[in-house]
Design a protein around this ligand. Structure first.
Ligand code: NAD
Ligand code: UDP
Length: 389
């Protein structure tokens, strides 16, 4: 709840209520950011998206305490002249809109590149021309592969953080060859980052770029066949949740050897909140936002999710909890992978004093509790239906 005493920023200055144009507000991150801004601040959100299912609870009914501080605009930013007007009447634009599921990068590379580069161009242009601040969501994938991944398997340098820690101002961006279309997303995101940076340097655009490192939590993606297409392939949290709900083995792509660091969505949203309310500290910066302490291989993630799900659902796990699949079988031709993703936290720590708090076990426990509560019955019915017919 909003406190009655005036809120101040990290430098002790009072925070003025802002109007925020949030593009992609109906997605996973957008829904959590809307919740935060409405329940803990006095800011107004102009929520732009083609869908609003994940923020319906914030839009209705009119009696909600924040009624009047959120408007939903069903707009496809590819082709809608209303976008410029919304950016013009806002103090800040947060752009989250993107195709950002790896299964699309190699199978729909054109849509991926258009969504992550071409469609973001007018947003950058309108912000720059109208002197409006922009917080743009990029990705940790702009780092691509680690330098260490090119060393021989037994090289001791692989253990040296200089060869794998990903640092905003010094790490290179290392992608695979063009036929590895997996990198279409990372490359489009890299180019829009470079364009935003150049708008800042040449035209004075006030910008912040966010590089999320595997943010996970409730409302991420969809459960195939329940609130998304049966054949759809979401990101790993939803894939594994779907397998657990259906009592199927979790599929480990290419042995599940890739490593990731996972951060709880609620911790990560704190970081974005700080960026919004501390422009003097956030403008002109690129921020890694992740949890370096939550590193696991995908295999370890599968094992931990299996244990946590057994605990929260009260069901024993199945006899063969995981199976191996090749990436070609799972994602098709042109898939490639980031080997390891550990964020350097120096810049966000220094500028905003932000640190993630939630352990992997705890964030999986609250997320899988949500998945079980939200989907278990619907999955049970969808499995029972064909038998009944
Ligand atoms: P999401 O898919 O849940 O949300 C994206 C939203 O953008 C969706 O609601 C979608 O409908 C909307 N959108 C897409 N194209 C649009 C268009 N043309 N017009 C209007 N709305 C449109 O994804 P998310 O996880 O919330 O990610 C948000 C941003 O963060 C993306 O830019 C993504 O690349 C970046 N990101 C997220 C993660 C993560 O861990 N979740 C990791 C790296 C990068
Ligand atoms: N993955 C997997 N099984 C699945 C889904 C994903 O082994 O059912 C792997 C995928 O190959 C990658 C990691 O999990 O190595 C994380 O995938 P995600 O889709 O979350 O996106 P990424 O972190 O690669 O952007």
């Amino acid at each position: 709840m909003t406190s009655s005493t005036a809120r101040v920023d990290l430098d002790g200055n009072p925070i003025k209520p802002l109007t925020i144009c949030m593009i992609g507000a109906g997605g996973f991150i957008g829904s959590h950011l809307c919740e935060k801004l409405l329940s803990e601040t006095q800011h107004t959100v102009l929520a732009v998206d083609v869908y609003n299912d994940k923020i319906k609870h914030l839009l209705e009914p009119d009696s909600l305490p924040w009624a009047g501080r959120i408007q939903f605009h069903r707009i496809n930013i590819k082709n809608d002249s209303r976008l410029e007007g919304l950016i013009k009447c806002s103090d800040l634009t947060v752009n989250l809109a993107a195709i950002c599921t790896p299964a699309d990068y190699n199978t729909r590379p054109l849509d991926t590149i258009y969504s992550n580069f071409i469609d973001a161009l007018p947003v950058v242009k309108y912000c720059s021309e109208n002197n409006k601040r922009l917080i743009h969501f990029s990705t940790c994938e702009v780092y691509g592969k680690t330098i260490g991944s090119f060393l021989p398997q037994d090289s001791p340098l692989r253990q040296d953080p200089a060869y794998y820690i990903l640092k905003e101002d010094t790490s290179p961006c290392i992608f695979g060859s063009i036929e590895k279309q997996r990198w279409s997303y990372a490359c489009a995101k890299q180019l829009i980052e470079r364009l935003i940076y150049a708008e800042g340097a040449e035209n004075g655009l006030e910008f912040t770029i966010v590089r999320p490192f595997n943010w996970i939590g409730p409302r991420m993606d969809f459960i195939p066949g329940i609130d998304g297409p049966s054949e759809g392939v979401p990101r790993v949290l939803a894939c594994f949740s779907n397998n657990l709900l259906r009592r199927e083995p979790l599929k480990l792509v290419d042995g599940g050897e890739s490593q990731r660091t996972f951060v709880y969505i609620k911790d990560a949203i704190e970081a974005v909140h700080l960026m919004i309310e501390n422009p003097a500290r956030a403008n002109g910066h690129i921020f890694n936002v992740g949890n370096p302490n939550n590193e696991v291989t995908v295999r370890q993630l599968a094992e931990m999710m299996t244990k946590v799900y057994a605990k929260v659902s009260g069901e024993d796990s199945i006899e063969t909890p995981t199976i191996d699949v090749s990436s070609k079988e799972f994602y098709g031709e042109g898939y490639d992978d980031s080997d390891k993703r550990i964020p350097d936290m120096t810049i966000i720590n220094k500028q905003l004093g932000w640190d993630p708090k939630t352990s992997l076990w705890d964030l999986l426990e609250s997320t899988l509790t949500y998945q079980h509560r939200t989907y278990a019955e619907a999955v049970r019915q969808s499995i029972a239906k064909p038998l009944a017919n």
